[in-house]
Design a protein around this ligand. Sequence first.
Ligand code: NAP
Length: 273
Amino acid sequence: MIVVTGATGNVGRALVRMLTEERIPVTAVARHITAADVPPGVRAVAGDLAEPAGLRAAFDGARALFLLVAGQEPYAVLDAARAAGIREVVLLSSQGAGTRPAQYEHAALFEKAVRESGLDWTILRSGGMATNALAWAESIRTHRAAAAPFGDVGLPFVDPDDVAAVAAAVLREEAHRGATYTLTGPEATTPRERAAAIAAALGEPVRFTEQTREEAHALMARFMPLPAVEGTLAILGEPTDRERWVSPDAGRVLGRAPGTFAAWAERNAAAFR
Ligand SMILES: NC(=O)c1ccc[n+]([C@@H]2O[C@H](COP(=O)([O-])OP(=O)(O)OC[C@H]3O[C@@H](n4cnc5c(N)ncnc54)[C@H](OP(=O)(O)O)[C@@H]3O)[C@@H](O)[C@H]2O)c1
């Protein structure tokens, strides 16, 4: 049995589907989840990583945990996992935990707790995900427009299905234990190019407008804590060489190149139609 936290999210939902296709028993956890949110045969358990004591029922009988950075108590979550007999943890962290640990201190704390947990562990540091473009879904649907800051700064966004596929491989193969992988897509794309890729997938033009840093800051601060806003804007606007880097890790684990943003846009065109 594998416990997947964040099971209704972009990565978690794909991971639950992949493990289920491999006939691996899964317990799917999120704060708001019912049997209708998961494939037939998957156990859905409502649980909050901010309340580790309540996770014991979800953890019982599992061998491995796919863990999200959420809540403030990674040590208590990992204690509960160990007490329930879990032996392995795969953490979905952020690239920023390595490149900007002061601004990504939440993810850095989870990484430290995982390394000190006494469990077998693997850390997946995801770069920016293609699904961040879903923030444009409504404006593209309603008036074929997309806005973002730093329109011509390129970053190798990763397809969350590839993050999930790497997690599934890591949970299957012991060789990855103790590894920290950086997951990116196969090439850098700029926000302007991503809007154009969505337009190509739709077969209709999409107007791209560049926001100022201040406009983007104000919008992001509505749903993200301030250090995360600063860290994200720094990566989007002034990425370091390491943040522009196309990592080989996903390709090595998967035995194929990770998917392009254009391929993600084609698969997800319905969200923008
Ligand atoms: N987007 C990026 O560019 C990016 C880059 C690097 C790393 N990441 C990391 O990747 C993670 C997953 O990304 P995603 O796109 O799959 O996220 P997502 O689509 O926003 O989904 C988040 C999932 O986590 C669950 N969740 C949130 N808080 C929880 C809590 N306290 N306890 C239990 N479950 C909780 C949500 O369900 P409920 O709301 O029902 O609980 C949902 O299932 C993110 O959380 C982020 O830390 C993202």
